[in-house]
Design a protein around this ligand. Sequence first.
Ligand code: MG
Length: 258
Amino acid sequence: MTFTYRARTAGLFAMLLCSIGAQAQTKPEETEVWRPEPTRVTPATATHAPSDAVVLFDGANLNEWVSTAVPDKPATWTVANGVFTVRPGSGNIQTRRQFGDYQLHLEWRIPPDIKGTGQDRGNSGLFLASTGAGDRGYELQILDCVNNKTYVNGQAASIYKQSIPLVNACAGAGEWQTYDVIWTAPRFANDGSLASPAYVTALHNGVLVQNHVALRGETVYVGKPSYTKHGRAPIKLQDHGHLVSFRNAWVRELETAN
Ligand code: MG
């Protein structure tokens, strides 16, 4: 009897405390978080990177870029008038640094006098992670897409042969265009199996074109995509033989990188 009485009393007391607690949590201060404070970052402007970004091209040189074929050799694409341009036949170039998860900004331009059709018209590519030589990696397509028919999973802003862009936000040849990308790198288990796929969110000229898309593997020209275990990786640009130009490139690595 004594136990039951005590238990009941304890139960009532606990309910009273809960009631008081619930009332206390109705104060707005109870749900305010003050620390840690987000790091102060000076935002990007039309011509400058945010203060915490790695600038991949400052208008003067390609010091942050190397040849993909021979990574200890500098990139040899053309630098002039504050922009850099594919040197057809010289091969892909990639960043000297390697990255995990990141936010990236890149501006690109198809030459105004572009000729050709389909995939042979202003073709380059932004490889969000370069996993090896040539076109190994995950390509966000760069291509003229104004009055230029091609397969839609290979048009500009597609994840090449994996994900059609939500809309066609292309500007015309000769105009500067922007890519803003949030890249979440894939994760792999120790045995090489995929633990979590890569995710891409991308805006083309400020318009959402890829919304947290899970990739099925590396982008490939022939066959089906698949994953091969890798870690941090360079960002790569494609020499597809066309005089595509670039400027104002920067990347902010995100803390979730493994
Ligand atoms: Mg391409």
